[in-house]
Design a protein around this ligand. Structure first.
Ligand SMILES: [Zn+2]
Length: 59
């Protein structure tokens, strides 16, 4: 694993969960490069018992 990949994997992103209406860290976040060149993180809400998904444009 390169240093860059490592830092990305360890980075913590926060987003707003529409399901429990809470702003918090994204669990299992994955970086997705979009066709327009921007990057978004997609993952799940970290609130206990919540299955909401969080998606956020980060770059
Ligand atoms: Zn939630």
């Amino acid at each position: 694993m390169s240093l860059l990949e490592r830092s990305v994997a360890m980075a913590e992103y926060e987003g707003f969960c529409l399901k429990c209406k809470t702003y918090g860290p994204v669990r299992d976040g994955k970086l997705i490069k979009m066709s327009n060149g921007r990057t978004r993180v997609a993952g799940h809400c970290s609130a206990e018992g919540c299955t909401g998904k969080i998606s956020k444009i980060i770059g």
